[in-house]
Design a binder for this molecule. Structure first.
Ligand SMILES: *[C@@H]1O[C@H](CO)[C@@H](O)[C@H](O)[C@H]1NC(C)=O
Ligand SMILES: *[C@@H]1O[C@H](CO)[C@@H](O)[C@H](O)[C@H]1NC(C)=O
Ligand SMILES: *[C@@H]1O[C@H](CO)[C@@H](O)[C@H](O)[C@H]1NC(C)=O
Ligand SMILES: *[C@@H]1O[C@H](CO)[C@@H](O)[C@H](O)[C@H]1NC(C)=O
Ligand SMILES: *[C@@H]1O[C@H](CO)[C@@H](O)[C@H](O)[C@H]1NC(C)=O
Ligand SMILES: *[C@@H]1O[C@H](CO)[C@@H](O)[C@H](O)[C@H]1NC(C)=O
Ligand SMILES: *[C@@H]1O[C@H](CO)[C@@H](O)[C@H](O)[C@H]1NC(C)=O
Ligand SMILES: *[C@@H]1O[C@H](CO)[C@@H](O)[C@H](O)[C@H]1NC(C)=O
Length: 367
């Protein structure tokens, strides 16, 4: 009579252990001020695609979660960035000591910069991770994000929770393009460095996106192409980077993401991604990808102001994708060191006759 019950108990124990081992639930709280200790950044991928990649954000490290969306006529856009970064690590951050803020910019047909806010400092950056599900709550800012399985993301703003935010509503994305790292699809054990000391994980290269906002009593709603990635590093961004071109676009049936930058020692690094109907056609880096400014010199100098970018990705097998992104709307211009645009994009495979059009968000850093 005893034997079966022992067997049963050990079965139950085994089952419980298996359940425990499978559950990867983790709760992380990023403190609101910089750490005085050494930061540790992770650059080889593990099973957590969108989780934090730096422990101890100190005066030379950073970690951030970036979201944007642009309407297909590029008359509307929104960019929202959840920072864990002091201004000493990343020039776009506001404070040298308080690392947690959310920056939001909205473009409408009336104005390229219709709304711009730096949220109040958060009291904590509360993250929960469970497999590839993630929540991020920058407490006290009225801003959070919730992601399910790298597929659906909802970024929400609530000015009832923080009046200074001045914006309420959401960005709701359903991904149509699989995630990737600089040189490969999402998998464990691969390099996540775009550059020495700069990491990149692109959870959502393109998404069907619904945006509903209330800005000071004005309602702003649109649909379009959404995007989400994260960057991090363990050396001040402007010490690692000399120049940087990045962008993404929806070009007809294709989802395109590009990167081409020069590191602090003068070496060029690139990354190119193309997908169609939920399948990756190519995710490559190195000499197969080239991005060059239009109507501006390359390499870029401080204050360089191109009209757009020419993106070329060689996917192998004689398939070369080319696109031109046009800087129709200037969304941000930081003293020549940083520019962000939205605009139309057109392109297609070089060997095909057909060209497609769509919309795009892209940026340039020059130091
Ligand atoms: C960090 O160092 C500064 C100056 O060295 C000190 O004032 C501050 O209290 C330290 N902060 C922590 C969290 O230890
Ligand atoms: C921050 O961490 C880096 C390593 O990632 C280290 O080199 C640097 O000295 C640290 N800075 C401070 C102020 O502790
Ligand atoms: C969107 O922009 C195009 C030109 O870029 C313009 O012709 C059109 O009227 C705009 N649409 C709206 C709704 O403002
Ligand atoms: C919203 O209101 C704030 C405070 O009154 C003002 O500073 C800001 O310019 C307004 N924004 C828009 C887009 O109207
Ligand atoms: C996103 O969040 C907002 C605000 O909480 C909610 O109204 C909306 O239904 C959510 N969307 C999705 C797809 O969950
Ligand atoms: C620049 O740094 C990279 C990575 O450390 C190295 O492979 C490359 O040889 C360096 N290039 C020059 C010109 O020093
Ligand atoms: C580059 O400049 C030429 C000449 O001014 C102009 O015709 C062309 O439209 C510009 N290219 C872009 C992408 O704006
Ligand atoms: C874009 O770059 C490719 C490759 O360098 C070149 O063949 C093409 O002519 C360029 N297109 C434009 C419009 O500048």
């Amino acid at each position: 009579m005893k034997k079966p019950s022992i067997t049963l108990l050990s079965l139950v124990a085994n089952f419980l252990c298996a359940t425990c081992a499978q559950s990867s639930f983790k709760s992380i709280s990023i403190p609101p001020t910089i750490s005085n200790t050494t930061s540790v950044a992770q650059f080889i991928s593990d099973s957590s695609f969108d989780g934090p990649k730096v422990t101890n954000i100190n005066s030379s490290s950073y970690d951030w979660w970036y979201f944007d969306a642009v309407s297909l006529d590029s008359n509307y856009s929104i960019v929202a960035v959840f920072y864990a970064s002091p201004s000493t690590s990343f020039i776009g951050a506001e404070s040298a000591t308080d690392i947690l803020e959310v920056q939001i910019r909205v473009q409408t047909p009336e104005e390229d910069v219709f709304f711009a806010v730096d949220s109040p400092s958060a009291t904590a950056g509360k993250l929960t991770l469970d497999g590839n599900d993630i929540t991020g709550d920058w407490e006290g800012t009225g801003s959070r994000f919730l992601g399910r399985d790298l597929t659906c993301y909802n970024v929400t703003f609530d000015s009832d929770a923080a009046e200074e935010l001045g914006i309420s509503g959401f960005i709701s994305m359903t991904s149509i393009a699989p995630p990737h790292y600089p040189c490969s699809p999402a998998k464990e054990g691969v390099n996540m460095e775009l550059f020495p000391h700069v990491g990149w994980a692109n959870a959502v290269p393109d998404a069907e996106t619904i945006i509903e906002l209330n800005i000071n009593g004005t309602s702003v709603s649109f649909t379009g192409s959404g995007y989400h990635d994260k960057n991090w590093g363990d050396v001040a961004f402007d010490h690692a980077v000399t120049s940087w071109y990045w962008g993404h676009g929806r070009v007809g049936p294709y989802s395109l993401v590009w990167f081409d930058g020069i590191s602090s020692n003068g070496t060029e690094y690139t990354s190119g991604y193309l997908s169609e109907k939920g399948k990756i056609l190519g995710t490559t880096c190195g000499s197969t990808v080239q991005v060059r400014p239009i109507n501006a010199t390359y390499p870029p100098g401080l204050g360089s102001d191109p009209d757009g970018f020419n993106i070329t990705i060689d996917l192998g097998g004689g398939k070369v994708f080319e696109a031109i992104a046009s800087g129709d709307h200037v969304l941000l211009n930081e003293e020549g060191a940083y520019m962000r645009w939205s605009g139309s994009i057109s392109g297609g495979f070089r060997e095909n006759e057909e060209t497609y059009t769509g919309s795009s968000v892209f940026e340039q850093f020059t130091f």
